[in-house]
Design a protein around this ligand. Structure first.
Ligand SMILES: Cc1cc2nc3c(=O)[nH]c(=O)nc-3n(C[C@H](O)[C@H](O)[C@H](O)COP(=O)(O)O)c2cc1C
Length: 207
């Protein structure tokens, strides 16, 4: 077989392995104030390509790292950044999103949002959705290694895991803060793959 056609075949079959179709689902993609927030653009795009409705909810800090316009364009839906964006409906938008979510995926998740979720705070739409939804929650943390390994963060992670929240990553590598170690956002393709698995599993449980 020619080198080029062999490579094409490998590419095609790799794409086939990644795809576990779950049917069209609603994914609420939470984005928080990490330097890795730019990677949420690719994640939103992958989830849309996987056939899902994607609703991005950003913290105020996240908007310092990536523009809501980028995520709105890639997700093909309005982006929520504040409780007061919600003027269209009699029903609060964050409750609507919490109810229609088949998955709440927070990527990247800061130490701050993890602490908020562990303590049940609801000071902004993303935290409120995490309290109000009964959908599975998948969290992909990204932060400085010392922040990740701090007892406070680890206790918060354990608390959330005990409540059924799933974590993916972080991984080891070169961190944006200049250190090398654990704290990098997990590979975006693998996060999308895990999201797809959780959505497909839900469908099988319902069927
Ligand atoms: C350049 C820069 C990069 C940051 N990266 C991270 C990060 O990767 N992880 C993290 O937990 N916090 C990071 N922070 C700190 C958070 O932005 C800060 O804790 C913020 O309050 C998080 O708010 P949020 O969780 O509501 O988005 C960073 C701050 C700056 C200025």
């Amino acid at each position: 077989m020619e080198k080029n056609s062999k490579r094409r075949l490998e590419k095609t079959s790799a794409r086939k392995v990644v795809r576990i179709p779950a049917g069209k689902k609603s994914v609420v993609l939470g984005v928080t104030g990490s330097i890795a927030a730019y990677k949420s653009a690719e994640l939103a795009s992958l989830l849309v390509k996987q056939g899902h409705e994607v609703f991005v909810v950003m913290t105020l800090d996240a908007t310092e790292f990536i523009s809501p316009l980028t995520l709105q364009t890639l997700s093909k839906n309005p982006v929520t950044t504040s409780f007061y964006d919600e003027k269209e409906n009699w029903r609060p938008g964050h409750i609507d999103l919490a109810d229609r979510a088949n998955l709440l995926l927070i990527a990247p998740a800061t130490a701050h949002i993890i602490a908020e979720l562990a303590h049940g705070l609801a000071g902004h739409p993303l935290a409120a959705i995490a309290l109000a939804t009964r959908a599975p929650i998948l969290i992909a943390p990204a932060m400085n290694g010392k922040m990740w390994q701090h007892h406070a963060t680890q206790e918060n992670v354990e608390k959330l895991k005990a409540r059924g929240v799933e974590f993916i990553g972080p991984e080891e590598g070169m961190l944006a803060c200049g250190y090398e170690g654990i704290g990098r956002l997990w590979k975006v393709n693998d996060i999308a793959f895990r999201a797809e698995f959780l959505l497909a599993r839900q469908e099988n449980l319902i069927a």
